[in-house]
Design a protein around this ligand. Structure first.
Ligand code: 13P
Length: 338
């Protein structure tokens, strides 16, 4: 498959992406919240249980893995990428090395990981990966994000994307404007506009084939400490408007991050966006917490109760699959959970 076909397959209507690429440090936080020890065996057990669930075939087009996971062998005899492929999804890999303090700025970050990336990509391809992820992070406050952060992160994203396409894989471009803070929805709209503009300028400079990319953005949403709440209709309208104005139409798929929204909010907002989607973009999910939070709770209750863990995951996968078609509803949410 060439990269344009891979990108379309990852976002096939009714399907989305499972972001299971938490670094060892991030999964440590998730496991701590359910009192599970952060051991390699436990990480494998949880992830293998998700990747082997029945919801994969109908609702998941791609799975983003972490370096450790793509190299693991399951207790079912298959490697992790083989298990994912067997269940109809494309294996992908997070290739950035995390957001580090940006020199010259006190509180902003630059995502690192370009050194040696060409060689790492070759290895990931040989292990079965056909797409990759790189996440840039922007925090909103009175002063930030600065143009220094917007420019340097866009430049890194474009250099990453060029190396990935050279390796015949699809780069997921993830510029995440964080929800943290007391800013309102308008501020999120403005900042996301600047961030997306700079990203697409740099991607053009680096001659990226946009048809072989996926954008993974934040929704346009008020800060988590904002005093005025927004309903799903407003979030959907502003999000779609921002994407229409700032994302080139050649981009085939847009797969949102959940970014700290609850599982239900993430499904509801995605559903509203798809209800009014009058573009050619395939609009879907690339959720971490939005797909895994309930399953993680079940894993915390009893790690060996595979049935309950998979039931929780299958439910969220199905709900988000419906949202990617604008067919989710509160009543289906309750019926199918029962
Ligand atoms: P969340 O959906 O939990 O935000 O995770 C998505 C992701 O991959 C962040 O990089």
């Amino acid at each position: 498959m060439d990269i344009e076909d891979i990108a379309k397959k990852m976002c096939t209507k009714g399907k989305g992406i499972l972001a299971a690429d938490e670094s060892t440090g991030t999964i440590a936080k998730r496991f701590k919240s359910i009192n599970v020890e952060n051991l390699e065996q436990n990480r494998l057990s949880f992830r293998q249980t998700l990747f082997n669930s029945s919801g994969m075939k109908d609702y998941i087009g791609g799975v983003i893995l972490f370096d450790e996971t793509i190299k693991q062998k399951t207790t079912l005899g298959l490697t992790i990428p083989e298990l994912i492929s067997k269940n109809g999804a494309i294996p992908g890999i997070k290739v950035d090395k995390g957001a580090k303090l940006l020199a010259g700025s006190n509180e902003e970050t630059i995502t690192e990981g370009l050194d040696g990336l060409r060689e790492r990509l070759k290895e990931y391809y040989s292990l079965g990966a056909r797409f990759t992820k790189w996440r840039a992070v922007y925090k909103i406050n009175d002063k930030n994000p600065s143009s220094q952060s917007i420019k340097s992160n866009a430049h890194a994203l474009a250099r990453y994307a060029a190396l990935v396409q050279e390796s015949k894989m699809v780069p997921i471009i993830e510029p995440e404007v964080l929800m943290d803070g007391s800013h309102d929805i308008e501020k999120c709209y403005k900042v996301t506009t600047s961030v997306l503009n700079e990203c697409y300028n740099e991607l053009a400079t680096h001659k990226i084939n946009l048809k072989g990319t996926i954008l993974k953005p934040n929704m346009i949403i008020p800060g988590s400490e904002c005093e005025s709440a927004s309903n799903s209709e407003e979030i959907a309208k502003k999000t779609l408007d921002c994407l229409k104005k700032n994302v080139p139409s050649e981009v085939p798929g847009i797969a949102f991050l959940s970014g700290g929204q609850s599982e239900i909010e993430a499904s509801k907002n995605l559903n509203e966006i798809n209800k009014i989607n009058d573009t050619n973009f395939l609009i879907t999910f690339s959720y971490g917490r939005g797909l895994q939070a309930s399953a993680l709770k079940e894993f915390g209750k009893n790690q060996d109760n595979i049935e309950n863990i998979q039931k929780a995951f299958n439910h969220r996968a199905k709900m988000n699959g419906l949202s990617s078609k604008g067919k989710w509803s509160e009543s289906l949410e309750k019926e199918s959970a029962a």
